[in-house]
Design a protein around this ligand. Structure first.
Ligand SMILES: Nc1nc2c(ncn2[C@@H]2O[C@H](COP(=O)(O)OP(=O)(O)OP(=O)(O)O)[C@@H](O)[C@H]2O)c(=O)[nH]1
Length: 648
């Protein structure tokens, strides 16, 4: 049974505050989330670095492969030239030029600056050669640089014959050490040979690039070339290709220039041997990601070095997605921890609330069971659903007989106020206190103070009534005794002087309004003093009490007997038809008093003198009437006592 439990939760100890355990859990979860994020982030960064390096190495291999393939193609092209120029006894330069012009090699072999033929001029043949060349129409032809050299070569054809290549015609490449080394190597091997780093004579003063040249020896047709000596004897010249490095390396790397820096070195990775740099002037990229590869091209090793630029290392979309994932996982961890913490906190609070409610219920149940007052609960129809032991005791009926009965069925004569009115009052949310008479099972009656309060459901509708019944019978009796003592004579029980005055005034007002008569009798016992004197004061008291009883028996219930004091009494007859009625009552009183009294086993006789005053004949107000009745009583005394006299 829950009594007044609507207020229990409000006074409970539950406070919405995060416990130290909850805070520690959240901090721990945060630390774990941050730690996990750092570990995952580091792992991802390391993996990224590895992937980037693999990516870079793959690009390096691609570059090496591309360059190698290109040089294979160049070699094949030069081999074609070697075969073409070997076909006749003399080198047919015109046919060679035509062949090259038709070859469209620049479209099919990217990076080639040109294809040319440099003639091997034997000692003593220089002048004849110069004349022969001039005879072909090139009147300004000359072999340069000038100066005495044992062996001379001269570029006699170089296609395309544009202005840049035209600068090279007549140049003795054998006079320049880097070129000579490659030319010698070509003869030595009988195959293509690439020079080291050099500068082409085609270069002007702007956009100067490093250059290399690829040579293929050309031998006289049908001449033995098995040994190096035979090859030198058979040598007619070299077909060759000059390369400007920047142009050669164009499109070799398919990556965007802001992602990778590419450098190509001639055999040694040093600034002096740098053939090509995609980002000249840059000292370092800062990423630390470097990959190198090498290729043997025409007998020379090239070192290809790729260095990742900041833009290469990260794939922004992937990095962003990973970053978002790490952050989301971190947030998820924290939210999960928060959720767990809050749930745990709520469970703890719920357990505390339940415990508080359980204790509270036990406390209130004990109070209800121990209460001396009757406590009951009813449904919305006022039918009892719960009674405590005090209620059972109060009503005197078993709990089984009480449950299901309407509460107001216990009231004597329905309790004065209708059930509908009481329920309507309670339905407004107001409580009700009223006194009712209750008939117990044994027929005895109690006065109870019923305190009723509505019991509402969660939506404010009255679902029943809580009733507290307090037995106030003793208090009511005491109140009545006190009220009686205030208005009646303690000894005899007759109305006292004060109350009689009130009743007389009321009768006077009534009579004035209605215009009817009423009578006032003044009764004084005769020689009462002797009773006291002869038989004692107690006997006198007993006589006074018996005299009052007899006088009460001589008048109607609507009449009033009052004691003025001592042995003086007054009788108010509020409605009389005539003077005769008053005289009749006076006579009845007189006769009743005259009968002997038995006091403490002894017979005592006494009489009374009675004065009669009538309203309105003998007086118009209380004092006048009382005075006239007193006077009439004295008249009766004077006339010999034991009689009634009318005021005159
Ligand atoms: N026992 C008793 N005596 C009382 C009480 N009140 C007054 N008396 C006595 O009643 C007597 C009244 O006497 P009085 O009325 O003076 O005279 P009486 O003896 O009745 O004589 P008359 O009135 O002249 O007939 C007094 O002796 C009072 O002391 C009382 O409450 N009890």
């Amino acid at each position: 049974m829950h009594v007044a439990d609507d207020r229990v939760a409000d006074t409970g100890p539950v406070r919405r505050r995060c416990s130290p355990g909850g805070v520690a859990l959240i901090v721990f979860a945060l630390a774990c989330a941050i730690g996990a994020a750092v570990v995952v982030w580091n792992h991802l960064a390391k993996r990224h670095h590895e992937q980037a390096f693999a990516h870079l190495a793959s690009h390096t291999a691609e570059v090496v492969l591309t360059v190698d393939e290109r040089f294979r193609a160049y070699r094949m092209l030069l081999r074609g030239g070697q075969a073409f120029l070997r076909s006749g006894d003399e080198v047919d330069l015109a046919a060679w030029r035509t062949y090259l012009q038709r070859l469209t090699f620049q479209e099919d072999y990217p990076g080639v600056q040109g294809i040319g033929f440099t003639l091997w001029i034997l000692p003593g043949q220089l002048e004849a050669h110069t004349r022969a060349m001039r005879a072909l129409g090139n009147e300004e032809y000359r072999v340069w640089p000038e100066g005495p050299r044992p062996f001379v070569s001269s570029i006699v054809v170089l296609e395309p014959a544009d202005w840049r290549n035209a600068r090279a015609v007549g140049f003795d490449m054998y006079s320049e050490p880097v070129r000579r080394e490659a030319m010698d190597r070509a003869v030595h091997s009988g195959d293509a040979a690439l020079t080291g780093k050099t500068t082409l004579v085609q270069e002007t003063e702007t956009d100067v690039q490093a250059g290399v040249l690829l040579y293929m020896p050309v031998f006289g047709d049908g001449m033995p070339t098995a040994t190096e000596v035979e090859r030198w004897i058979a040598l007619r010249g070299w077909v060759y290709m000059p390369f400007r490095m920047a142009r050669l390396m164009e499109h070799v790397l398919e990556l965007h220039p802001d992602q990778v820096r590419m450098q190509v070195f001639d055999r040694v990775e040093s600034p002096e041997s740098l053939l090509y740099d995609s980002h000249p002037g840059v000292t370092t990229t800062g990423t630390g990601l470097v990959s190198t590869g090498s290729a043997i091209l025409g007998g020379v090793e090239w070192i290809v070095r790729l260095e990742a630029l900041p833009a290469f290392e990260a794939d922004p979309d992937v990095r962003q997605a990973e970053f978002v994932s790490v952050v989301l996982v971190g947030i998820l961890l924290v939210v999960t921890a928060l959720f767990f913490s809050i749930t745990r906190e709520r469970a703890t609070q719920l357990a505390r609330t339940s415990e508080f409610l359980r204790r509270s219920e036990a406390k209130y149940s004990a109070l209800v069971n121990l209460a001396h007052d009757g406590i009951a609960a009813t449904d919305a129809d006022f039918r009892l659903t719960f009674v405590n032991p005090g209620f059972v005791q109060l009503v005197g009926l078993d709990e089984a007989k009480l449950l299901g009965r309407a509460l107001d069925e216990l009231w004597s004569e329905g309790g004065g106020e209708s059930r509908e009115r009481i329920l309507a009052h309670l339905g407004k949310g107001e409580s009700k206190r009223y006194e009712v008479r209750l008939t117990r099972d044994d027929g005895s009656q109690l006065t109870v103070l019923a305190s009723l309060a509505p019991l509402n459901d969660g939506w404010g509708r009255m679902k029943g009534v809580i009733a507290l019944l307090s037995d106030i019978s003793e208090r009511k009796e005491a109140e009545q005794r006190i009220a009686h003592m205030a208005t009646h004579d303690i000894l005899t029980g007759a109305v006292n002087r004060l109350m009689f005055g009130e009743l007389l005034a009321y009768s006077l007002a009534q009579a004035r309004r209605a215009g009817h008569q009423f009578a006032l009798l003044f009764v004084d016992l005769d020689h009462f003093k002797r009773v006291n004197d002869d038989w004692g004061h107690h006997a006198g008291d007993l006589l006074l009490c018996e005299a009052v009883r007899r006088m009460q028996g001589s008048i109607r219930s609507s009449d009033t007997l009052g004691r003025r004091g001592g042995d003086e009494f007054v009788v108010l007859l509020p409605e009389i038809g005539s003077e005769k009625d008053a005289e009749t009552v006076a006579e009845k009183i007189r006769a009743a008093i005259e009968r002997p009294f038995v006091l403490q086993g002894r017979e005592v006789c006494i009489s009374s003198s009675i004065g009669i005053a009538l309203y309105p004949e003998d007086g118009k107000d209380e004092d006048e009437l009382m005075g006239r009745a007193d006077e009439a009583m004295y008249c009766a005394k004077l006339a010999g006592r034991n009689r009634a006299c009318r005021a005159r």
